[in-house]
Design a protein around this ligand. Sequence first.
Ligand SMILES: [Zn+2]
Length: 524
Amino acid sequence: MQEKFYLTTAIDYVNGAPHIGHAYEKILADVISRHKRQIVDNVYFLTGTDEHGIKIQKTAAAKHISPKEFCDENFSKFEQAWKELEIEYNQIIRTTDEQHKKIVKQIFKKLLENGDIYKHKYTGLYCSGCESFLNPKDLTQDGLCPDHLKKPDEITEENYFFRLSKYKYKLIDYIKTHPNFIVPAFRANEIIKQLEDIEDISVSRTKSSVQWAIDVPDDDEQTIYVWIDALSNYITAIGYDINEPSEKFKKLWPANVQIIGKDIIKFHSIYWTTILMSLGLPLPETIFSHGWITIDESKMSKSIGNVIAPKDVIDNFNLEHPDAFRYYMASAATLGKDGNYSDNEFKEKVNADLANNIGNLLNRTLNMLVKYFEGEIKSEFISDKNSSIAILAEDTKKQIIEKFNKYEIAEAANSIVDFADRVNKYVTENAPWQLAKEEKYTQCGQVIYNTLESMRYIALFIYPYCPNIAKDILKQLNQEEDFKYSKLQWGAIKEGKITEKEKIKPVFLRLDSEFALDKKRYIN
Ligand SMILES: [Zn+2]
């Protein structure tokens, strides 16, 4: 058994409130983390917020509050959103934390001492919108910034640079020899291409341009730019220290997976990894980049006005817990590709999978158990692990583990739905109601048993996506609330009374059902 699993998300820039793009990544991370907790004892899930930089400095100034006050305000919105989505992280780091700032300065100093950071005066084309110097070859034909369609200013600055180019070939070699390092694999080729003409990067700003940042040690003129500040959070959070790293750090690093959006893969797979090389630290096992979530097939943007907060969806559909939204988001895109959110697709998907497929299966099987056997399992109903349905359940378990190992989160959800489909089909083909009519009670009871035992497997399979529904299924099966995969042994439901009529209720209501509008009658 694997000893530990350390996963991180990108840290969100707190210049605004969280939207479902931020939520998508946290849900993926939480689903992975909950799945790993079913198998691995020591799982550590880190998320956080990125709180420095010129944009925050400017927005706070415009609001006449201090940058820290502004960060505090927005930080609590992120914290609240993750609570509502039941994101169970172990730690949420803020880059304004004192401990983080202290270690970032240490790291900067160490790289300087290594000779990997040097001071360099240069003249370049600076776009204030991008907050960065642009490469002349990237400008439009008219010499404008391609993103802001604005003429960049020619400015001369002296900054600190990180000698990234020194590690270029070492990193190319590493990527080529570690096929699981960049997931999905098609991104690895893009990164190798970008590495071919990579240059050293500027890792500081003059104080006259950015004040809201960590100071460069022993230099009154410069502040540390985002690369060393934000990226280092993955190690400062768990107690990295140049002199004496904590036991926690030694236990957790390197990360097993760092989950990020496809827009920042370059910073993680090139900038971050070469900083780690310079520090002499091992690289993360996997950098997993996910795609983006579009809204009704268009890119989410403030100017279009289609930015949705996760709470909007939960409120709009009057959901009593976030399971349906979590499930939809985690299934929205195949590995590394973009996904889409629309109210209709959401409603159709969760109605089909959670209400019709899984929910109804449990409901009608429990009702048959009550109708024919007064809610009681008899010993002659219990099948062994060699029954065809037990073999199918075990096979599904293997598929799910394999898919999670490859970060195929939507694909793993499909395996659960496929299994539920097969079990539904099994019930239809074996028609327990017909068997009861023919007074073949043992056979009838066996079909019901196999179905309920399959539902127990489904509860554990779906737990990472839908923790509340999973708990509810186990409760209705009269089973203890334990989601460890070690519990997945066929035959755990024992003989005896499982349920009675009053205890059976839908685990998920169709979003368009009349009951969905009147949830209170289903709340215990
Ligand atoms: Zn620009």
